[in-house]
Every structure is written in C-alpha cells, then in structure tokens.
Design a protein around this ligand. Structure first.
Ligand code: PLZ
Length: 443
C-alpha cells in the first residue's frame, strides 16, 4: 500500500512557493521553452484528488494530468502491479520475446470496447502514435488515401496528427508542411450551431462536404473524437455520430473513434461512443488506460486490423510491460471500484455547481460535457463571442488558491473539469467554492 495523501486543499506558501520558483529557474535555463506548463508548480506526490507540490502545498486536481489519472495518481493496484513487473523485467520488446501482459491488455480491450464482433488490438505508447497507426491500418484495409477529421479536432503533435488537428496556435504554426490527404469537415457544435441545426442536419452538412470535397471512393477513414477534448469539450448533437457512422458503413469508409481523452470511464461510460450506441470500426485509446504509464492502443474489427501485413505495425516500446501491468491494474480498479458510476455521480455534482455559477455569471454561455469531463464556455454576456481573457483570469485565480484547472477550446475560452474519479465529494465542493470566488472576483 502507498501512503495516502491527506485529501484536502492546503496552502503552505504562496503559489508558486520558493522551491517551485527555484526549480522554474533551473528549468528555464535547460528545458526548451516550447514545452509549456499550466502552473509554475513542481509536483512532489499525487494521489486521490490531490497533488502535493515541493513546497508542501496540496492542490486539488481538476485536470488528472489531462484525463490520464482517472483511477487516481499512484492508485494502489497500479503501484503494486508495476512494482511486481519492474522487479521481473522492465523490457524485452514485444517484437523480440513477447510477454503475457500485452496479450492480457488486448483481451481486456476486446472485452471492454463497443461491439461483439471479432477484434484485434495493437499497442503503442502515446495517443498520437495510436492515431497514426489507426490511419495506417485503415489505409491498408481500404487501399484508399484520404482521411477526414473535423473542425476543432485534436489528435496529437506528430506530423500526421498535426495535420488532423485543427488549431494552428500553438500546435501547428511554423511546423509544416503537414501530411497530405487530410480533409476537414464541419462538426456538430450545438452551442454555436444554435437550435436550428440538429444532429441529423449537422451530419448532412458534414457528409455533404465529405462527398463533394473528398469523395467516398478515395476516403480511407473518418477520424472523430466522440466528445472533443482540446477543441472545447464539445458534445455533438444527438444523432450526429450515428449518422456519420452509418454513412461510413454504407461507403466502405473506416470509422475511427479517437477515445484517447474520453475513454476508460471518464464520461460515465467505459467509452463515450456507448452514449449513442455507436460501434466504431476502430477505437483509439490511451491516457486513462494505464493509470499514468504511457500506453495506447488501436482496437477494432479483426478483418480491418489484420489488413496490415506481419511486421507492418510495432515500435520498440509499444505495449511496454510496465505499462501493460499498469493497464491491467487500472482496468481492475475501474471495475472493482465502480468508477463508471462514480463518473456519473461527479457529473451530477459538478453540473449542479456549474449551473448555479451560470445563474450568477452571464459570461458562462454554455455548460456541457458528460461524466467527469465537463466544461463551461465563457463568452461576452448575451452572445456567443468568446471570452478567453475571463477563462484565463478565472483559471489563474483558482490556481493561486490551490485548484488545478485547465482551459481548452479553439478560442481558449473553455474551462474544463477532469477530476480523477478517486476525488471525493468534499474535495470537489471545495474546488468549486474556490471557482465560485474566482468567478465573483473577476467579474
Ligand atoms: N487524441 C483526443 O486528447 C491528447 C494533449 C495535450 P498524446 N490530448 C492532450 C498537449 O497539448 O499536447 C490527445 C487527445 C486526443 C490524441 C491525443 C494525443 O495523445 O498521448 O498526447 O500523443
């Protein structure tokens, strides 16, 4: 068992404290400035719903390291499993001498992902790497080149995934040329589409663009986040995803769900596609799969997955044994502790708090999300004009009071809430008390 961190917010120094300031100075002299950080605070320990910094401050974690530590940082089953594995062997390379953990993770993915068709999986290390492999596999299966991604999409920072990602700053500017044969279709964004455009209408709009500008005959895959993450926690209108899925099926196009951020209990279902009964051909997972260790996967229909020739998929570290041990323990934790249900409880608590805040603050134009993936979109009162300055001010005020909160969105105007599912109600209420004050003091 690991020592449990006290589950309360505690400010021992100003944020950042002197030790963090000293580490920030060392960092500035040696780490490339292109790598950013939300807060100038260095972590010492984390667990439950708390991150303790090097100055002894305990911060409430509403970020989970960007939706990774869904079971909590250092969840005890993960720690025990990794300890056991690290003592046995750290690496052999699955492509040289395989090991059981990799196979067991593939079996778990087979069991947990939507659909009861025959499936296969391949494991990788990062989300972007898995998205790239899903595209490789879809191209091998269809013999077609083109890939469609959506407005506001985020799929990673590698060359192909930069092309799939929509937002120029900070992800793409100056980093091109980008991979060819990537096309962009309009998303369903209910807050900005308005009530006139339902899910079916938004799907028709997207499909029209795809048919006219790409053509199904050349299209290998449609890649979509069932709820967009970095793009602003955008939940498409009901019917949008199923209509796209059906169009893909009718046209021999591989439907790829990027559940890197939404997967593994985060949205109050094991996978976000389940909320609309959508069964993707390929599902990409990462982040929450392994309790903080780097692991990602592509899982899907056996005939599609096996279109890639033997030796065509892999990588030195893909399905690293420590990461596989962590994944099995994280999955066991999700199931043993009923974390899918816990995500739904968190949804109720946080939505109540956000709805209350919205009544008091006209800058909150929209409150949305599912499970423990919730957001408030800030706008100039009375309209839809994005208000990124308010989002930044509220976040900075919360940071200073010991609450880790992230922003996102194409316009940078969305406050997003991604607590670990191991965070207790008292902690969440304290965090939202701090946020309420942050809203009041920045009005
Ligand atoms: N697909 C849906 O959310 C990663 C990125 C943070 P990697 N999101 C956090 C940043 O600024 O780099 C993400 C995602 C979705 C793919 C990815 C990429 O996953 O593990 O970061 O490569």
């Amino acid at each position: 068992m690991t020592e449990q961190l006290t589950q309360s917010r505690h400010l021992a120094t100003a944020i950042p404290g002197p030790r963090s300031v000293a580490l920030m100075n060392r960092r500035a002299a040696t780490v490339a400035r292109g790598v950013g950080s939300t807060m100038p605070v260095f972590a010492a320990r984390a667990g439950g719903g708390v991150v303790e910094d090097v100055d002894g401050n305990r911060l409430i974690d509403l970020g989970s390291g960007i939706a990774v530590t869904t079971v909590g940082a250092s969840a005890f089953r993960v720690v025990d499993a990794v300890r056991e594995q690290v003592a046995a062997f750290t690496h052999t390379c699955f492509m040289i001498t395989p090991y059981e953990g990799y196979v067991a993770v593939a079996e778990a993915l087979d069991r947990l992902t939507p659909g009861d068709h025959a499936k296969r999986s391949a494991l990788f290390s990062s989300g972007a790497e898995a998205v790239e492999n899903a595209v490789k596999i879809a191209r091998a299966f269809t013999g077609r080149d083109a890939v469609v991604a959506f407005d506001h999409a985020y799929h990673g920072r590698t060359n192909l995934t930069m092309a799939l990602t929509a937002k120029s700053m900070p992800y793409k500017r100056g980093f091109g040329p980008f991979a060819p044969e990537v096309y962009r279709a309009p998303l369903s964004y209910p807050f900005r589409d308005g009530p006139g455009l339902d899910g079916a209408g938004a799907a028709r709009r997207a499909i029209d663009v795809i048919e006219k500008q790409v053509g199904a005959a050349d299209l290998a895959a449609v890649v979509i986040e069932p709820i967009q993450g970095e793009g602003g926690f955008i939940v498409p209108a009901p019917g949008f995803l199923p209509a796209l899925r059906d169009w893909c099926a009718e046209n021999g196009v591989v439907f790829v769900a990027d559940e890197v951020q939404t997967g593994f209990a985060r949205t109050g279902a094991m996978f976000a596609c389940e909320h609309e009964g959508v069964v993707p051909d390929l599902i990409v997972t990462a982040k929450g799969i392994a309790g903080g260790l780097p692991l990602s996967a592509v899982t899907g229909r056996a005939e599609i997955m096996d279109a890639a020739h033997p030796g065509g998929l892999g990588g030195t570290y893909g399905g690293n044994p420590l990461a596989c041990a962590a994944a099995l323990a994280a999955i066991e934790t999700i199931e043993a502790e009923g974390l899918v249900g816990r995500a739904r409880e968190i949804e109720r608590l946080v939505l109540n708090r956000l709805t209350e805040l919205r009544r008091l603050d006209p800058r909150i134009g929209d409150v949305r999300g599912r499970g423990a993936m919730l957001a408030a979109e800030l706008v100039k009162p009375g309209g839809e004009r994005p208000d990124p300055a308010s989002a930044a001010a509220v976040a900075a005020t919360a940071h200073a009071q010991g609450v880790i909160v992230l922003t996102c969105g194409t316009y940078g105007n969305v406050l997003r809430f991604l607590p670990p599912l191991s965070a207790g109600d008292d902690l969440l209420h304290d965090a939202f008390d701090v946020l309420a004050e942050a809203f009041a003091s920045t009005r």
